[in-house]
Design a protein. Sequence first.
Length: 200
Amino acid sequence: MAFEFKKCIVDGTEVEGLWEIQPKIFGDARGYFLESYSEKDFFAAGLTMKFVQDNQSKSSKGVLRGLHFQTQHPQGKLVRALEGRVYDVAVDLRKGSKTFGKYYGVVLDAEKQNQFYIPEGFAHGFYVLSDTAIFAYKCTDFYDPKGEGGLMWNDPAIGIDWKSVAPDISEPNLSEKDGKHPAFCWNGDYFDMNAKWIGK
């Protein structure tokens, strides 16, 4: 198999559907070769999603994109850094999940070529650690602007420890829209993927 698939664990609990993936790299003095995706190997590991759209972005150091999710046509995403390094984070927003409201983060590094699969029902974002980063992701559904949503990058209810990998993140470079996302927790109620508020 050309990939190593690792389950993601938060506080001793497996985050269902969330995977770190390491492709096998074949390198020599000339450079390297790898398979970035193989339906055969992914299906054998139980990742039977179908990808319909590829996206790519370029960002400078200190840029934070997120936390984004879709309430309609939610997207599963297979993400990686083609250039540079980012700290990539997924927040479980699936009502009834054992890890609802928990996050998992991983450094994606173009030199390691590691990947992160984030299933539908998660908020997602990343912070750029290198001078620049080119970020690519395969999606299981098409983008629907009507279902676009977001959460505060530094919401204390989620408690993402950005500083563990980015000590200078106190003033990230945010888009105007990302700077206005609401909190996950509001007056004691928790956010639901259906854009409603549900009790604790």
